[in-house]
Design a binder for this molecule. Structure first.
Ligand SMILES: Cc1ncc(C[n+]2csc(CCOP(=O)(O)OP(=O)(O)O)c2C)c(N)n1
Length: 264
């Protein structure tokens, strides 16, 4: 999985570099979480994407589409050799995930704040159908400032939707600055606990720790689980790490070269 994570990081840099636009920072921070889900935790079958009992992943922070595209392509859902058409007219790899172009996506996302609500709908449906399907939704820590997130937090605990997991990619940076300076969201774990969720706080780059957290979530009955994953925005590329500039700025051709050297 470490090797896959590295390939996915390289893919993110290459596709955003080729597009000359996109969101590298929040794509790189989510790599290990997405890799653990697609390559270990989730029960899914790329040859049968509409399998009713599949586990589902919703990238609520849809601007981090490159990490999702790279993982789905690596799994075989979509073509690997088209990743570098990101954001081009006619490409299936649009700037934000869009089910009209990639039917194996669970939802179109990018308008922040909606992913946990979507997951709750899928969780309740699975419960009604007696399906073992589990649903995972990933948010950003800036995104969590959206009011709808807290409505979904109330709803999930009240309806005991224990087949969903909300993940916060807690990288400390939002669109143009640090979350603590714009509108602080801490203490995040205490907030999710107060809303009635089983809450686990982890290092979001440590794959065995991530796997253990998802296992704990699957064993938790009667309440949904929130995973607060501490991450580094831009992780893996020295000049992007913890640098708000690389929220939504593509690397230049020279920066692409440098980043790929670091990601050997
Ligand atoms: C409803 C809505 N408002 C604003 C935006 C524009 N926007 C895109 S990314 C972003 C910042 C998100 O920050 P965070 O959730 O921390 O993302 P990450 O750092 O993980 O990339 C904003 C405001 C949006 N996509 N949707």
């Amino acid at each position: 999985m470490q090797a896959i994570a590295k390939r996915i990081r390289r893919g993110i840099i290459e596709m955003i570099g080729a597009a000359k636009s996109g969101h590298p920072g929040g794509s790189l921070s989510a790599v290990e979480l997405v890799v653990a889900l697609y390559f270990d935790v989730m029960r899914h079958d790329p040859s049968n994407p509409k399998w009713p009992d599949r586990d589902r992943f919703i990238l609520s922070k849809g601007h981090a589409a490159p990490v999702l595209y790279a993982a789905m392509a690596e799994c075989g859902y979509t073509p690997l050799d088209q990743l570098n058409t990101l954001r081009k007219l006619g490409s299936i790899y649009q700037g934000h995930p869009d089910v009209r172009f990639i039917p194996s996506l669970e939802a179109s996302t990018g308008s922040l704040g909606e992913g946990v609500s979507l997951a709750l709908g899928m969780g309740l449906t699975a419960r009604l159908n007696g399906s073992p399907a589990r649903t995972y939704a990933m948010m950003g820590d800036g995104e969590i400032q959206e009011g709808q997130i807290w409505e979904s937090a109330m709803f999930g605990a009240f309806h005991k939707v224990d087949n969903i997991v909300a993940i916060v990619d807690y990288n400390g940076i939002q669109l143009d600055g640090f979350v603590k300076d714009i509108m602080e969201v801490a203490p995040l774990a205490a907030k999710w606990r107060a809303f009635g969720w089983h809450t686990v706080e982890i290092d979001g780059h440590n794959i065995p720790v991530i796997q253990a957290a998802f296992k704990e979530a699957s064993e938790t009955k009667g309440k949904p689980t929130a995973i607060i994953a501490h991450t580094i925005k831009g992780k893996g590329v020295s000049f992007m790490e913890n640098n708000p500039k690389f929220h939504g700025t593509a690397p230049t051709p020279d920066e692409v070269k440098l980043a790929l050297q670091e990601l050997q």
